[in-house]
Design a protein around this ligand. Sequence first.
Ligand SMILES: C[S@@+](CC[C@H](N)C(=O)[O-])C[C@H]1O[C@@H](n2cnc3c(N)ncnc32)[C@H](O)[C@@H]1O
Length: 215
Amino acid sequence: METVDRRDTPRGELVLRRDPDTGRYEIISNGTFLMDTSDGRSERLLITAALDAAPAPYRVLIGGLGVGFSLNQAVTDPRPTAVTVLEREPAVVDWQRAHLAPFSGHALDDPRVRVVVDDLVTWAGTATGEYDAICLDIDNGPEWTVVDSNAALYTVDGLTALRRLLSPRGVLAVWSAAAAPTFRQRLAELYGSVAVHEIPVPRGEPDVVYLATRS
Ligand SMILES: C[S@@+](CC[C@H](N)C(=O)[O-])C[C@H]1O[C@@H](n2cnc3c(N)ncnc32)[C@H](O)[C@@H]1O
């Protein structure tokens, strides 16, 4: 792997690497794998499952830009009328423009797309606006966060803040690399029923998408 760029952030080192043989990119956070460009099926399902359950006019909020697979799914689907992407790391947005645009289908140039560089956890507490689908993929999962401060998003307070941003019958979709039973229970208590989609991966536990509708 070759290092394409390396940035120091308040949360540690962020590195973009590329395999010169395959053209595959990966993002490494403090030495730990965050995301790569090899698959993206479950990151896409996060969006399609939410849109299938959400009401028109399909105003979408995506938490976490990553390499852009989820965003690509949102802009290639004809339904969304507006797509807001919350991304904490300016480097990830820079890399999307400079290196990773093919993986989002150059979505940052789409007039429906707005990128907000901010911490979703604090942003959600004060944000205004209304979304028909909120699609979150900022962690390995609600019970396996990449930084401790992200855990607040999956508490009763965090989920209540997100609920406030949903339109009536709006949908919250949460990606997880592993089953998160305690989170699922909490979500069901706040939102009513929860649908669960499992996506097989080549090795290990399936990826999971949790879907809850604002009642
Ligand atoms: C696993 S990646 C997202 C992958 C994305 N679904 C895709 O299709 O490529 C997680 C992203 O969330 C961002 N992130 C992590 N914590 C965040 C937070 N609190 N607020 C906003 N973005 C955050 C990371 O910088 C990273 O870009």
